[in-house]
Design a protein around this ligand. Structure first.
Ligand code: PLP
Length: 387
């Protein structure tokens, strides 16, 4: 198929070059990435991914084995989300794509254009507004940094295509009062999309180890669809996210006849898509199982609580008690502090809206890393007069 006469540059030279580029990257393994919602994939992900490098789930008859794995992975996700028998899921590239697909679906089902979103929604909803001719109605948060339910209820009109609720916000990991939102949406027959891109792999496990968190999934009868990302707290390899939907019949709304590939009808946004991330996510879900995910979620929370304690001890304040493994640290000069932390090798993000630093306590952020980080944070905050 390929032969040596095609070669322009020697393989080893290219691999060496690649190595040099890669050395410029930050790594999760170093523990110094404190602001990402992704992490080092659980080891089996890599092996599974590599085996499926050439597969294409956009043409599933060519890859029936890969398709079988996808069905098994979907089954895992739907069970995790307490989905009914009528449900199904579309596997895509991550939370952005799932949110886009959900709103596409809501628009098609309702024929309406207004999307009600909490003020702290992920910026993918800005892309949606720009892409899809939707009007976004943004709802302020209450003092706990989740959506103000009374204000949300008032904005529902006969133009509403969907309400979005968040289960694990990008900014602070907060959860909207979804049981109440679900009731409202059920009574008014409104499409409710839950963005659990981050929290979907956290909340079920924390609930199982005794955390008192609200329901967010299909147990709530008003929930129509849910985004959940394996490449975040699912500890799998980028890119993979799922959009779970309550009724598989809805897929017809976002399907087209797929010519020249074997799928018949194709639902969702992507055409050609790799089976690699799907195989990886399924392998991780089998390898870790519920037991493993519970342990990971619990450990992340233990480290989160440890971080909060040390933040308090050096005289800084958190924005709100963490609901999950995301911590906001209140500062007056987030940009200046971030710049200095970057010089010390730490990568984390700021939020200008709330004026804070955000740390996501992913599995690679251990107590040892927090012990290394806090003295740097303390020194920098003293230098700039924050403490
Ligand atoms: N939704 C939430 C709540 C998120 O936190 C994120 C990303 O952090 C997204 C959606 C978008 O996910 P992705 O970057 O995988 O597209």
């Amino acid at each position: 198929m390929y032969d040596t006469e095609m070669i322009t540059k020697n393989r080893n030279t290219i691999l060496k070059e690649i190595e040099e580029y890669r050395k410029k990257d930050f790594t999760y393994k170093s523990g110094h990435i404190l602001g990402s919602m992704c992490t080092q994939p659980y080891p089996i992900a890599k092996q599974a991914y590599m085996k499926f490098l050439e597969t294409n789930l956009g043409d599933p008859e060519l890859f029936p084995g890969t398709k079988e794995i996808e069905k098994k992975y979907i089954k895992f996700v739907l069970k995790l989300l307490n989905a009914p028998k009528t449900s199904d899921a579309i596997i895509g590239s991550g939370g952005t794509e799932s949110n886009i697909t959900a709103i596409w679906l809501a628009k098609k089902i309702t024929g309406k254009k207004e999307i009600i979103i909490p003020e702290n929604s992920h910026f993918s909803f800005e892309k949606i507004a720009s892409l899809m001719d939707t009007k976004t109605v943004s709802i302020p948060l209450n003092k706990n940094y989740y959506v103000d339910i009374k204000k949300l209820e008032k904005k529902i009109t006969n133009k509403t295509a969907a309400v979005v609720g968040i289960a694990g916000s990008t900014e602070l990991g907060t959860i909207d009062p979804l049981p109440k939102i679900s009731e409202i949406c059920f009574d008014e027959n409104i499409f409710l999309h839950v963005d659990a891109a981050f929290g979907g792999y956290v909340i079920p496990f924390l609930k199982q180890v005794g955390y008192n968190l609200p329901d967010f999934d299909f147990k709530l009868k008003g929930v129509s669809s849910i985004s959940i990302d394996a490449h975040k707290m699912g500890c799998s390899a980028i890119p993979i996210g799922s959009l779970a939907i309550r009724d598989k019949k809805w897929l017809d709304e976002i399907s087209v006849e797929a010519h020249c590939v074997s799928s018949g009808n194709q639902s969702g946004i992507l055409g050609t898509r790799s089976g690699g991330p799907v195989a990886a996510a399924w392998a991780v879900s089998e390898n870790l199982g519920i037991k493993g995910y519970k342990k990971i979620a619990q450990e992340c929370m233990n480290t989160t609580n440890y971080l909060v304690k040390l933040i308090d001890e050096i005289g800084l304040q958190i924005i709100v008690k963490p609901t999950m493994n995301v911590v906001g640290i209140r500062v007056k000069r987030p940009s200046e502090i971030i710049k200095k932390l970057t010089k010390h090798g730490w990568k984390l993000n700021k939020m200008d809206r709330i004026s804070c630093l955000r740390i996501v306590v992913m599995p690679h952020v251990t107590k040892r890393i927090i012990d290394e980080f806090i003295p740097d944070l303390e020194k920098i905050c003293k230098d700039v007069g924050e403490i």
